[in-house]
Design a protein around this ligand. Structure first.
Ligand code: PMP
Length: 360
């Protein structure tokens, strides 16, 4: 019999796949707009696609379990030595590795209300106690989070920008928070959406690593780099932290296609810039429409925005009936809101008109 702490877990609810809605509604897949999983509407970088084609020829071999080429490229890009980098099967894998390495049954993980769902999942899977600190204006209340630290705290998770609310903490606030946290507590700064930040908002978490040996910065290739389906992310931290994670990590946790694609994607700066620019325009398109419709939304620093629609589940069903998939977030304690990812201009327009119809 599985332990009670496993039975207490509510499974992660992914965005509805296009194929599933097509089957349910008798719709043609190509007619469906999916804005539910914060994916990159531009698809995959052409350079990554070529790298995958080359890597296909080597699939009979195991991947490089140490991810040498990708780590070397990340090291060059970030200035972090290769010994300070761990690769994951998506950044979710890094979050889980942290939980498995730094939490024990009975220890506590602190995170914010309305923060990413994987924090409590990863915590509970190892018997840890999730400590959700009430949010402030839908974002992290860092003072309250620091006050929630006890002798039992093993890990603190911070998502910046946060998903699903899109809120953002300026760098100096996080730095001041790190100063207050005892070194025995690992602080995970989850920067899954960092590539979408403007130059004005961008802060240098990597520059803090030397001062805070208990800081781990996690990032992903799933969002701005457009590789969600391949599952590749990474963590940056002091080599002593990375060494522990590597002991727990599956030997071949990142597959060969993902390694090749991520290494190539990292070099495709044009694709990254295009993705960020498209996101800025799409964000304006959606928020202009919300304003015109007198809908409340939470200003977002990510590639998605959360909007108040009333009965989230009912409106979601009406959107699905029109072939538009977004994300209801009742499971995040926000039943009146829907989270919508920024798509191509025509996808955003489809969503807006479907929302107008659903609300009428
Ligand atoms: N962190 C945050 C805040 C996220 O929103 C996501 C994606 N939903 C992830 C981590 C995990 O993404 P992936 O495993 O695809 O890297």
């Amino acid at each position: 019999r599985a332990p009670d702490y496993i039975r207490a877990i509510s499974p992660y609810q992914p965005g509805k796949p296009i194929s599933e809605l097509a089957r349910e509604m008798g719709l043609v897949e190509a007619s469906i707009v999916k804005l539910a999983s914060n994916e990159n509407p531009l698809g995959i970088s052409p350079m990554a696609k070529e790298a995958i084609a080359r890597a296909l020829l080597e699939l009979a071999r195991y991947p490089d379990g140490n991810g040498f080429a990708l780590k070397a490229a990340l090291s060059e890009r970030t200035g972090v030595p290769m010994s300070g980098i761990v690769l994951g099967n998506g950044s979710n894998d890094v979050l889980e590795l942290v939980a498995r390495t730094f939490l024990t049954p009975g220890s506590e993980a602190v995170f914010s209300e309305h923060a990413f769902a994987v924090y409590p999942l990863a915590t509970m899977a190892v018997g840890g106690k999730p400590v959700a600190v009430p949010a402030k204006d839908f974002g992290h209340d860092l003072d309250a989070m620091a006050a929630a630290v006890t002798d039992k705290t093993g890990v603190i998770f911070i998502a910046n920008p946060n998903n699903p609310t899109g809120t953002f903490l300026p760098g100096p606030q996080i730095e001041a928070f790190l100063e207050k946290i005892p070194e025995r507590v690992l602080v995970v700064l989850d920067e899954a959406y960092t590539e979408y930040l403007s130059d004005d908002d961008r802060y240098d978490a990597i520059g803090w690593l030397a001062r805070f040996p208990n800081l781990l910065v996690s990032r992903t290739f799933s969002k701005a780099y457009g590789l969600a389906g391949l599952r590749v992310g990474y963590g940056l931290a002091h080599p002593s932290v990375i060494d522990l994670l590597n002991r727990v990590r599956q030997p071949f946790n990142v597959n060969s296609l993902a390694l090749a694609a991520a290494t190539a994607a990292l070099a495709d700066e044009e694709f990254l810039a295009k993705s960020a620019a498209l996101n800025r325009r799409g964000m304006a398109q959606l928020t202009d429409a919300f304003r015109a419709m007198s809908l409340e939304w939470i200003p977002s620093w990510g590639n998605f925005v959360t909007v108040k629609v009333g009965d989230g589940d009912a409106i979601n069903r009406k959107l699905l009936a029109q072939g538009v998939i977004v994300r209801p977030i009742a499971g995040y304690g926000m039943p009146q809101w829907l989270r919508v990812s920024i798509g191509l201009p025509e996808e955003n327009a489809r969503f807006i008109s479907a929302l107008q119809q659903a609300l009428s």
